[in-house]
Design a protein around this ligand. Structure first.
Ligand code: MN
Length: 227
C-alpha cells in the first residue's frame, strides 16, 4: 500500500519502572469533579458528570515543554489524576471498574480559559479552549499492579514554587469507578484510553517562563516549563 501523505505514529507514554511504553488512544476529560472548583467557576453543583476529549497528539511527554498557545491571554493549569485504561469495556459497573485500569499518572488539563469562556457564553464547543496542541502534559504511568487503586492522597500544583492547587483525591465528586461507569455508557473504553479525572480548586494563569510542578501522593510528579 502506498500512502500519498506521511502517517503519524501514535504517542506512547513512559511506564514507571519498565522498558515498555503505554500506547495512547483517546484522552477523555471529566468536567467539574471537585466541589470547590465548581464553586470557583460559578457552576451548578448538582449536575451529573460530563466529558470532553483532547486528541492524543496533544500529550506532552518525557519532560517536554508546554509552548504557550496562540490567541489566548489567559491560559490556566488544571492538575488532574489520570487513569490509563488497560481492558476494553462498555457499560462497566462501578464494582468492575478497577479491572479495566492499567495504571495512573499525573496530568495537566491545560486550558485557554478566555476562549473556553466565549465558547460557554455562545453555546459553542470547547475544542479551541481545551483540545489545542500540547494541551495535555502527562507524567509516566505507574501500573495498578504496583500501587493498587489509590482513593485518597494529596494532589497539588505549584507554579514557580508557589502552591496554587492543593486537595485530596477523596474530594472527587465522582470517584474513578463512578467516572468509568458513566463514561463507558457513552463510549466503549479501549486499552490505551486515558481519563483526566477533573481538577480541584485553585486554577489560574501561567505565563512563558513559568515552571509548573505538580504531583499526586503515591503516583508521581510532573514538571513542565511554559515556553
Ligand atoms: Mn479539567
Amino acid at each position: 500500500m502506498s500512502l500519498p501523505v506521511p502517517t503519524v505514529s501514535i504517542p506512547t507514554i513512559e511506564i514507571a519502572g519498565s522498558e515498555e511504553r503505554f500506547p495512547a488512544r483517546r484522552i477523555y476529560c471529566v468536567g467539574r469533579n471537585y466541589m470547590a472548583h465548581i464553586r470557583e467557576t460559578g457552576n451548578d453543583e448538582r449536575e451529573p458528570p460530563f466529558f470532553f476529549q483532547k486528541p492524543a497528539d496533544a500529550l506532552v511527554l518525557d519532560g517536554g515543554d508546554f509552548p504557550y498557545p496562540s490567541l489566548s491571554e489567559n491560559v490556566h493549569h488544571e492538575i488532574e489524576l489520570v487513569v490509563a485504561i488497560g481492558k476494553a469495556g462498555r457499560n462497566i459497573a462501578p464494582g468492575d471498574a478497577h479491572g479495566h485500569i492499567f495504571g495512573y499518572a499525573v496530568g495537566l488539563d491545560m486550558t485557554r480559559r478566555d476562549i473556553q469562556g466565549v465558547a460557554k457564553e455562545m453555546r459553542r464547543p470547547w475544542e479551541a479552549g481545551k483540545s489545542f496542541d500540547h494541551a495535555a502534559p502527562c507524567s509516566p504511568i505507574v501500573p495498578a499492579a504496583d500501587i493498587g487503586h489509590p482513593e485518597t492522597g494529596a494532589i497539588w500544583l505549584k507554579v514557580n514554587g508557589e502552591l496554587r492547587q492543593e486537595a485530596d483525591l477523596s474530594h472527587q465528586i465522582w470517584n474513578v469507578p463512578e467516572s468509568i461507569a458513566h463514561l463507558s455508557e457513552l463510549f466503549e473504553l479501549v486499552p490505551g484510553d486515558l481519563i483526566f479525572t477533573g481538577t480541584p480548586s485553585g486554577v489560574g494563569p501561567v505565563h512563558p517562563g513559568d515552571v509548573m510542578e505538580g504531583g499526586i501522593e503515591g503516583i508521581g510528579e510532573l514538571r513542565v516549563r511554559v515556553v
